[in-house]
Design a protein around this ligand. Structure first.
Ligand code: CO
Length: 294
């Protein structure tokens, strides 16, 4: 009987201590979440539904995790269509605005947005303006900074060109054309600059765009002039998604592969996004470090 009483007291004591520990831990977590410096990284990409595109995003995530182990990393996609397709597959990814609202609600005070855009075009500026609005709200996120897109300065142009050319070894009569996205936005000039710098570094490497300038038809005469026989095609986009699989390497008559094949070239598409190149991801990470440091 006495033994039972001692046991009961022992268990009560254990339970009491456990509750105390949980309570204290809870309080500690509460204090932490009210921290005025609670930081987060929000990675913003266009998004992709292609498994070949997912590879690049996963590579970016793992490099980021290695670099910023002490700051939680969240993702948002700007494309509504992609978010809806993924939602039907049970993958729920927020828009940048919804993600910022959630971060604000969860008490984050400093949010660093990593823009995975290639150039500072329309989408980047939209993200920038909307993000800044969240820092204007009372009791909201105190500090929101958006990193520069991949190619924003002349220095970036040089670095990016070197990064994409690093593992390119062309044989005689072989050329490589990168497929940039292109836009009507004035920032399209960056693609023209990229073509010129790549071509200066390697006269058999070119860049054309799907929706802007230069076009593939600007490059074809240059290939012919150099007597090129084989043309490699590679996306100059973060992910190898829809444009890479269809407009670049697809079988439809207006794909680059079809156009070039019709012109007599042997065409070899490489389905690999910029995000799969660690040198490129390093440039994005450097842009992120710039805004975290300031
Ligand atoms: Co597009």
């Amino acid at each position: 009987m006495r033994k039972n009483l001692i046991l009961a007291i022992y268990f009560l004591l254990c339970a009491f201590l456990t509750v105390q520990i949980i309570y204290k831990k809870g309080v500690a977590m509460e204090i932490k979440s009210n921290n005025v410096n609670k930081k987060a990284i929000l990675v913003v990409a266009f998004g992709t539904t292609y498994p070949s595109g997912q590879k690049a995003l996963k590579d970016v995530q793992s490099m980021l995790k290695n670099e910023f182990s002490d700051i939680p990393i969240y993702w948002a996609y700007t494309s509504k269509i992609i978010r809806h397709i993924l939602a039907k597959r049970g993958i729920h990814i927020l828009s940048p605005e919804m993600a910022l609202a959630k971060l604000m609600n969860n008490g984050y005070k400093k949010v660093y947005i990593l823009s995975l855009h290639v150039i500072p075009g329309e989408e980047y500026h939209l993200l920038y303006s909307n993000a800044k609005l969240f820092s204007l709200m009372k009791n909201g996120i105190k500090e929101i900074k958006v990193s520069k897109p991949l190619v924003s300065t002349y220095e970036d142009l040089e670095k990016v060109a070197n990064a994409v050319l690093k593992n390119i070894h062309l044989k005689e009569k072989e050329a490589l054309i990168f497929m940039g996205h292109g836009t009507e936005h004035p920032a399209n000039a960056i693609y023209i600059a990229l073509n010129s710098i790549l071509n200066k570094k390697n006269p058999r490497v070119f860049l054309a765009t799907v929706e802007g300038h230069p076009t593939i038809f600007d490059i074809i005469p240059k290939l012919k002039k150099q007597g090129i026989k084989t043309v490699y095609l590679m996306p100059f986009m973060l992910v190898a998604g829809d444009h890479a699989n269809n407009d670049m390497a697809g079988d439809q008559p207006d794909s680059w592969k079809s156009i070039l094949t019709k012109e007599g070239f042997i065409c070899k598409p490489i389905i690999k996004g910029l995000g799969e190149n660690p040198e490129i991801v390093k440039i994005y990470i450097d842009h992120l470090k710039e805004i975290i440091k300031k």
